[in-house]
Design a protein around this ligand. Structure first.
Ligand code: NAD
Ligand code: ZN
Ligand code: ZN
Length: 344
């Protein structure tokens, strides 16, 4: 009989996760097995469990794409990762390695890409199977718990800020100051940008200012476009929308400076209207951004290893996941919950 592990499994969309004892997977050729130390809970995991997006995962599956742990077993032909290494199993679980996108470091849009905790079982489990070519290598100065949010929320916002093409001294808006946003603010400051945080919750905005935001706007009380335009003297050069709410997307163009770039990162289900005349007449760029490549991952982790970015984390056991999802859905998580597998 093979050894067992605990996992939190989506058996049906929109239903609570079910705690199961399942077989610990065995690494085949070219695979590695990781013993989970920590796994962050991203709003994407909630979208996955609800089946929110047009491309759906196939239940039963185990969510989690911020899983960090030690490599405990390596399959045949694995050379770049060794037993004992601390690695992370990110959203970009694997890609083909030789299509036009992989060849140009855009492996995130590879047609054969697999996604951790979505098309492959993820980190809401005591062990994770991974592809050694795509794991994140965790710098020695970071604990598993503090590294966890960086391998999705961190890389996604760091890359998204780069995609705004805002330059040091210029303004960016971070819309949505939650798990992604609280890191975006810190990356933006470390990149020499001026930051306005927009959210609908005063507690999130207070944290945003504490983390370095130059000013903040509560979009339920003020017209975000007007407030940003006033505070930045004409709109932000870059706007990063992380909020999982279509309302925030509708406001994006109104906060963007002429010739500026509005980067869409949040993924609420549905569509939003684009004010075509404003986009055309103000020469505004709207673009999507999806996590980041492996070089972005190393850079995003290096900021944290250098002490310039620090995730604000709340530790919880795996058994709390349904309660954590409920709080996340209702905006009641302060920044990022990390499931801690090292206690209990
Ligand atoms: P979160 O729940 O931790 O944070 C969301 C924040 O948005 C909260 O602070 C909330 O108060 C705020 N918010 C809600 N409505 C708002 C509004 N109308 N205006 C301004 N702020 C508002 O979620 P998260 O983990 O940060 O994830 C956010 C979104 O990003 C999700 O949709 C997730 O799927 C997506 N995501 C995308 C990528 C990518 O690669 N593009 C990667 C990770 C996550
Ligand atoms: Zn994520
Ligand atoms: Zn490819």
């Amino acid at each position: 009989m093979s050894a067992k592990m605990h996992a939190a499994v989506v058996e049906e969309f929109g239903k609570p996760l079910v705690f199961r004892e399942v077989d610990i997977p065995e690494p085949g050729r070219g695979q590695i097995l990781i013993k989970t130390e920590a796994c962050g809970v991203c709003h994407t995991d909630l979208h996955a469990a609800k089946g929110d997006w047009p491309v759906k995962p196939n239940p039963p599956f185990t969510p989690g794409h911020e899983g960090i742990g030690r490599v405990v077993a390596v399959g045949a032909d694995v050379t770049i990762v060794r037993a004992g290494d601390r690695v992370g199993v990110p959203w970009l679980y694997s890609a083909c390695g030789h299509c036009e996108y992989c060849l140009t470091a855009w492996e995130t849009v590879c047609a054969e890409a697999e996604f951790g905790g979505y098309t492959k079982n993820g980190g809401f489990a005591e062990y994770i199977l991974a592809d050694p070519n795509y794991v994140a290598h965790i710098p020695s100065g970071l604990s598993a718990q503090e590294a966890a949010p960086l391998i999705c929320a961190g890389i996604t916002t760091y890359k998204g800020l780069k995609m705004t093409e805002a330059r040091p001294g210029e303004w960016v808006v971070v819309s949505g100051a939650g798990g992604l946003g609280h890191l975006a603010i810190q990356y933006a400051k470390a990149m020499g940008l001026q930051v306005c945080a927009v959210d609908i919750d005063d507690g999130k905005l207070a944290l945003a200012r504490k983390l370095g935001a130059d000013f903040s706007v509560n979009a339920t009380r003020e017209d975000a476009g007007e407030a940003v335009s006033k505070g930045t003297n004409g709109g932000a050069h870059g706007v990063l929308i992380t909020a999982p709410s279509l309302g925030a997307f509708k406001q994006g163009v109104g906060m963007t400076r002429k010739r500026g770039t509005c980067v869409l990162v949040g993924l609420p289900p549905g569509d939003f209207p684009v004010p075509l005349f404003d986009v055309v007449a103000n020469c505004i760029t709207i673009r999507g951004s999806f996590v980041g490549n492996r070089e972005d991952m190393a850079e995003a982790l290096a900021f944290a290893a250098d002490g310039k970015v620090k995730a604000d984390i709340e530790l919880q056991p795996l058994t709390a996941i349904n309660d954590v999802f409920d709080r996340l859905e209702h905006g009641k998580v302060a920044a990022r919950v990390v499931l801690d597998f090292t206690t209990g």
